[in-house]
Write a protein that binds this ligand. Structure first.
Ligand code: H2U
Length: 372
């Protein structure tokens, strides 16, 4: 016998263990709010790194410095994009799956296919010592424009079908360099996470004639319970089905398929809401809040993708403090994702935080000048 599903619009959510459904990924998450009370003796993250210089002569992303390829970065003043010197995808794969014993569609057990693509790195600022959370809105706006320009640029290559923009921030998320930057991987196939989202959005549009993300965000705004912040063009919510403790989604209020379609005003408002969200993140534990984030939108192959609305996802690992993180292990790896803190509590905490960065006003103290 299956337990009856809860109509969350009609009755309060259970305060005991329950599962929530993610309609974008067709996945479930187990929510166990009562477990937050258990004692914790897990890993303690290292203390935040000492203050960084504004310019680091040993950083391969700082202006004027040499990269591993031997190329020298220009003396850039806003953003700077370049081909990744260690790309995960290259324009011609040269790989032959058959040579490794793998077969094509005829063999359902050993399936491989060549994958081609291109990888870019985008530096957000010439300053080594800031993050998006500490940059001003015009500075972040330049990053939004760089994302859109890179998608346009990469979409012009014949073999490119999908462009994934993502940022790993902080050593806890495997970021190798504190200089603010993101990566962009363009591939000949749609990676399976955005592919699943496209399919779920297509099915929802076929069933309802509307778009899934648009309907979802409208419901969230109406309830307000999981909204972190919003402006005239964007909303930030902790998704009902969030897996990571302070996971969020940024979605446009207008139906937009990819970053290139944003109006001038929407780009400015996006910069503002990214600033507001990332400052709240840093303010939560008064530390540089690590996360992985990425944009999901329409493939760039010119195909028809009904109901596909652009959105960003943020996955931060921290749970209770700058030193206690969540790991997706055990049950998460073998069963399904599980969380203790409810999405509603996480949203309430983020919503209640100031959107001014806790170091604001002390920005000058953050970075020593190159000569100091
Ligand atoms: P992450 O810290 O997010 O991994 O980004 C650093 C990227 O910069 C990484 O993909 C690239 C790495 O390949 N890189 C260069 O392209 N040139 C270099 O000289 C060093 C690092």
């Amino acid at each position: 016998m299956y337990a009856a599903r809860v109509d969350v619009t009609a009755s309060p959510l259970p305060d005991g263990p329950h599962r929530r459904y993610n309609p974008l990924l067709d996945e479930w998450v187990l929510v166990s709010p009562h477990r937050l009370k258990r004692p914790w003796q897990g890993q303690v993250e290292p203390e935040p790194p000492p203050m960084l210089p504004a310019y680091d002569p040993n950083c391969y992303l700082c202006p004027g410095n040499e990269r591993a390829s031997g190329e020298r970065n220009p003396s850039y003043e806003t953003t700077f994009a370049f081909d990744n010197d260690f790309p995960a995808l290259v324009p011609s794969s040269g790989a032959s799956p058959a040579a490794s014993g793998a077969r094509g569609p005829g063999d359902s057990l050993f399936v491989a296919e060549p994958q081609t693509g291109r990888c870019r790195v985008v530096c957000f600022s010439p300053r080594h010592d800031v993050t998006l959370a500490q940059m001003d809105t015009p500075g972040i706006r330049a990053v939004v424009d760089a994302w859109a320009d890179e998608i346009e640029r990469l979409s012009r290559f014949d073999a490119v079908r999908y462009v994934q923009v993502f940022e790993n921030k902080g050593a806890a998320m495997g970021c190798s360099n504190p200089h603010p930057h993101c990566q962009i991987w363009a591939s000949a196939s749609v990676p399976h996470i955005p592919a699943r989202k496209l399919e779920m959005q297509r099915r929802y549009a076929a069933r309802t004639g509307r778009d899934l993300v648009g309907d979802y965000v409208a419901r969230e705004i109406a309830s307000g319970e999981r909204v972190v912040c919003r402006n005239d063009a964007w909303a930030v919510v902790v998704p009902f089905w969030a897996v990571w403790p302070f996971e969020t989604m940024i979605a446009p209020l207008r139906f937009v398929g990819d970053l290139r379609e944003l109006s001038d005003d929407e780009r400015g408002q996006l910069a503002d809401i990214i600033r507001s969200l990332t400052a709240r993140y840093d303010n939560l534990f008064q530390s540089s809040f690590p996360y992985s984030m990425g944009w999901h939108g329409r493939p760039v192959d010119g195909g028809d993708y009904p109901g596909c609305r652009l959105h960003a996802v943020y996955f931060p690992p921290l749970l209770r403090s700058a030193s206690v993180r969540k790991f997706l292990v055990g049950y998460e790896m073998t069963g399904e994702p599980q969380r203790d803190l409810t999405a509603e509590s996480a949203a309430e905490r983020l919503r209640g935080l100031p959107e001014v960065h806790y170091l604001d006003g002390a920005a000058a103290r953050l970075g020593a000048s190159p000569g100091s």
